[in-house]
Structures are given as structure tokens and as C-alpha cells.
Design a protein around this ligand. Structure first.
Ligand code: NAD
Ligand code: ZN
Length: 343
């Protein structure tokens, strides 16, 4: 079968031919129908040797939708023929975090997270899952919409759910970066919370997308967005900042936007940092967190939102043969929503 693999650190993906492995034991073989291309793939490709504990060659692709083709002798046979999406965190299922529903923080992962991130992923015609519980069935959602839910939707949902207690009544949520993750965050905030949603992206077209998806205020800078908020509502602080960029600049802007008791949630991987401490430059009661991906239960909830028509990824579909060029475009910026490759 064809697969896009990372053959050397600091390089792009290359199309190669690899054997299809038939499932054994609890394994499940999924025929891949659509794969989302994530900014995190660019991060992995750009790492120097030794940064990530991954063996090369590695097939990328961690946003995978498809159909179960075959299962091993110890797996759930009723999965065969099911359409759905892969939960990419290949957790152990047995550690104390897995047992309390925090499987995205499984203690056994040791840096090799799962699908396309440490283990061969779904940028291929087939992907082998170590266990059937990593597949979430879905009804009547096309694969091009399902694929981005696996990470962009799931990560945004997990970050928002963790702060659900603060996203109530007339609270304000600020989304910084309305790309693959951020455009789904805007939809999830509108579908699951009563918060006023303020969305900021450096690109006017991304702001326009956020407005289409229900953001109450949009602007190309945090300052302009907060001015709009104050003019429209009299509110001068934000309860939850969801930073999908994660640079020094956006984290500082996000922190400065917080109301007392507000929370800075850093999702983006631009390797920014911020100093925290009592009596420093954050408001009273500050919380700073860096959520990672999402649990299987979160993915089930995300799929349910999509099944109900409440979550609709905006995608640009590219053919499987055009994946390398698509990554170049993602790196250059200017994508609206999510790029999804189909076979
Ligand atoms: P993307 O490229 O699709 O979107 C990023 C958006 O941010 C773009 O619209 C861009 O215009 C905007 N942007 C960039 N710099 C900006 C700035 N200074 N101010 C305002 N807007 C700015 O990327 P994506 O796939 O949505 O991923 C977003 C980030 O989240 C990446 O860093 C990715 O690695 C990270 N990520 C984290 C997790 C996690 O579990 N924490 C999971 C997936 C992705
Ligand atoms: Zn575990």
C-alpha cells in the first residue's frame, strides 16, 4: 500500500510502498477514507533528531476516518464494517489515569502518543490500531468531516470542557488563532456554552470564517477585539482565553486580557512561555493550563455533536497524491479551516 512516511528528521514526508499488516490479537485494521493534515505534523517533521522518542521511518497522519476492514481473533468482531474515526491516543487502558477517564494523560505513553505520533498513522491506505477501543463508530457523518474531529475537534473540545464551569452565564471566551483547531473551538463554544465568543486571527479571512461560525466579535488583533467587546457590552475582561497559537506574544496578550479569576489555556505549540507566580503580572486567581489532545469519551461527545449537526468542520479536500504540496501550503498559512486528504 501507499503511505506517507517521515524518513529523516527535518525532512518532509515521502510517498513509499509498505506492506499491509493483518490484525492479530486485539488489533483492528481500518481502511482509511480521509486524513486531516495538522500543524502538529509540521512540528514533528521539523524536529531535530533526539527531540521526540519516535523511531523512523514513521507514517504520519493522526486525524483518521475510515471503515473497519478486519479484526484480530481477540478483538470485538462487531466492529467489522463500522464507519468511524480513530482515537489517536493509544493509551494502555489500565493505568490510574486511564481508569478515571484521563486516557489522554495515560502514564504509559512515554512520549510515543499513538497514531502517526510515535506509531504508524493513517496517511496511508490502511492503518493498524493496537486495540478496537481506539475506534469510535459514527453514523451518517462523511469521512471528510469526521477526520478533523480526531484532533482539531477533540483537542478544542477537551480544552473547553475542562473549563466548562467558567464558561457559563454571560462569561466571555477569547479564541486566538482561527485555523484547524480554532474554527472548531468557536463552534463548540457556541454549541455547548452560553459564553460570548471573541475570536482573533491575524488573517482577515479567518476572522470572517469565525463570524460565519457564530463568533460575536472578531478582529485581527486582541486589542481591537477587546475594544469591540467593551464597546458592545461594557465588559473589560475575559474569563477563558483559548490560545491556539501559543507564542510568547499571544500568551502575553491572552494573560493581559484576563479578568480576575480568569484562565489562560495554551493549546498552540509555538513554544511560547510566560512567567507565573503570586503577585506577578497575572490577575488574582489566575490559572494557566496546557491541555493535551482529548480522551476517548471526549471524542465520543465530539462525534455526537457532529451527528446532531452542531459541529461542521470547514474543510478543503485534497487528493492523496497531493499531500506534500498540501503540507507546504499549510506551512505557508492561508488555509481556511482544515486540509483533508482523501484516497
Ligand atoms: P493552523 O495553522 O490551522 O491554524 C493556526 C491559526 O493561527 C491560523 O489561522 C493563523 O492565521 C493563526 N495565527 C498564527 N499566528 C497568529 C498570531 N500571532 N495572532 C493571531 N493569529 C495567529 O494550525 P492548527 O492545526 O489549528 O494548530 C494550531 C496549534 O495547535 C499548532 O501549534 C498545533 O501544533 C497545536 N496543537 C496542539 C494540540 C494539543 O493537544 N495541545 C493538538 C493539536 C494541535
Ligand atoms: Zn494508561
Amino acid at each position: 500500500m501507499a503511505a506517507y512516511q517521515l524518513l529523516g528528521w527535518g525532512e518532509g514526508v515521502e510517498r513509499v510502498e509498505v506492506p499491509v499488516q493483518m490484525p492479530r490479537g486485539r488489533e483492528v485494521l481500518v481502511e482509511v477514507h480521509a486524513v486531516g493534515l495538522c500543524h502538529s505534523d509540521l512540528f514533528v517533521m521539523g524536529c531535530e533528531e533526539g527531540v521526540l522518542p519516535y523511531d523512523l521511518p514513521l507514517t504520519l497522519g493522526h486525524e483518521v476516518a475510515g471503515r473497519v476492514l478486519a479484526v484480530g481473533e481477540d478483538a470485538d468482531g462487531t466492529l467489522v464494517g463500522e464507519a468511524g474515526v480513530v482515537h489517536g491516543v493509544w493509551s494502555c487502558g489500565e493505568c490510574h489515569n486511564c481508569l478515571r477517564g484521563l486516557d489522554n494523560y495515560c502514564v504509559a505513553l512515554e512520549g510515543r502518543v499513538g497514531c502517526g505520533l510515535g506509531h504508524d498513522g493513517g496517511l496511508a491506505h490502511y492503518v493498524l490500531l493496537p486495540d478496537g477501543r481506539h475506534f469510535v463508530p459514527a453514523q451518517d457523518v462523511p469521512p471528510t468531516s469526521l477526520a478533523p474531529l480526531a484532533d482539531a475537534g477533540l483537542t478544542a473540545y477537551h480544552a473547553i470542557r475542562q473549563h466548562g464551569d467558567a464558561l457559563v452565564a454571560d462569561s466571555v471566551a477569547l479564541v486566538i488563532g482561527v485555523g484547524g483547531l480554532g474554527h472548531l473551538a468557536v463552534q463548540i463554544l457556541r454549541a455547548t456554552t452560553s459564553s460570548r465568543v471573541v475570536a482573533v486571527d491575524a488573517r482577515p479571512e479567518a476572522c470572517a470564517l469565525a463570524a460565519t461560525l457564530g463568533a460575536h466579535h472578531t478582529a485581527t488583533s486582541v486589542g481591537e477585539a477587546l475594544a469591540q467587546l467593551a464597546a458592545g457590552t461594557g465588559v473589560t475582561g475575559v474569563d477563558v482565553v483559548l490560545d491556539f497559537v501559543g507564542s510568547d506574544v499571544t500568551m502575553r496578550l491572552g494573560a493581559d486580557a484576563l479578568t480576575p479569576g480568569g484562565r489562560l489555556v495554551v493549546v498552540g505549540g509555538a513554544r511560547g512561555s510566560i512567567a507565573v507566580g503570586k503577585g506577578m503580572t497575572l490577575p488574582l486567581g489566575w490559572q494557566v493550563s496546557a491541555p493535551f489532545w482529548g480522551s476517548r469519551d471526549d471524542l465520543v461527545a465530539v462525534v455526537e455533536l457532529a451527528e446532531k449537526g452542531l459541529l461542521n468542520p470547514v474543510v478543503e479536500v485534497v487528493p492523496f497524491g497531493a499531500v506534500p504540496e498540501a503540507y507546504t501550503r499549510l506551512r505557508d498559512g492561508g488555509i481556511t479551516g482544515r486540509l483533508v486528504a482523501v484516497r
